[in-house]
Design a protein around this ligand. Structure first.
Ligand code: MLT
Length: 203
């Protein structure tokens, strides 16, 4: 793999006209985790899949947290900038247009932070089990940016109210947000894949 600022996998597109995807794993995952899922949600897309640089008890993440659901926001801000810089490097190295992020859990949270801090880095985002990453985000213009948030109604980590607040923050910034609540918990289900695939197909 090309030497860029994150350990990552890159797979070139096998079909033209599909948006490149930036795959962002959950806590304890790595750059291989979401590759099989991406075949189901966007076959043929170029794939860029970095490994989070923060280790929590040996488990890779994209930013530090103080405890479950309580984030080190200074680190969130720094890591979101670092990830956006990596996206720019990778776009240049691999000749990609701005990717659509597909993040799960911690990966969804860093994607939401990138939207709020470096909106030009992403063409859109699928946020699976996301929560509000920054309590006091800067004003940002997300005019027309497509965002799909898929939440679990019985998610023990992300209260439904928190996911709704994220949806309204992004909507308030101008993003075109679809927020789907599924009758499930924090883990991904077949319904996540179906909803995500249909949403990516209409981009
Ligand atoms: C986070 O730390 O980003 C969230 O609590 C989700 C998780 O990774 O468990």
């Amino acid at each position: 793999m090309t030497e860029l600022s994150f350990i990552h996998r890159f797979k070139p597109a096998t079909e033209s006209g599909r948006p490149p995807l930036l795959l962002l794993h959950g806590t304890g995952g790595n750059e291989d985790d979401l590759l099989p899922l991406s075949n189901m949600i966007a076959p043929g897309s170029a794939l860029l899949s970095p490994r989070g640089k923060v280790l929590e008890g040996g488990m890779p993440r994209f930013f530090r947290r103080l405890q479950e659901g309580v984030f080190d926001e200074e680190d969130v801000r720094r890591r979101a900038q670092e990830l956006a810089d990596f996206i720019a490097q990778a776009r240049e190295a691999y000749g990609l247009s701005a990717p659509v992020a597909v993040g799960f859990s911690n990966g969804a949270n860093i994607a939401a932070a990138v939207l709020q801090l470096r909106p030009d880095a992403l063409a859109g985002a699928v946020l699976l089990r996301a929560m509000v990453p920054l309590q006091d985000p800067p004003a940002v213009d997300l005019a027309g940016k497509p965002v799909l948030i898929v939440s679990g109604a019985s998610d023990p980590i992300v209260p439904a109210e928190n996911a709704k607040r994220l949806a309204s923050l992004l909507t308030g910034a101008g993003a075109v947000v679809r927020h789907q609540m599924l009758p499930t918990g924090h883990g991904l289900s077949q319904a996540d894949l179906t909803v995500t695939r249909a949403w990516i197909d209409q981009l």
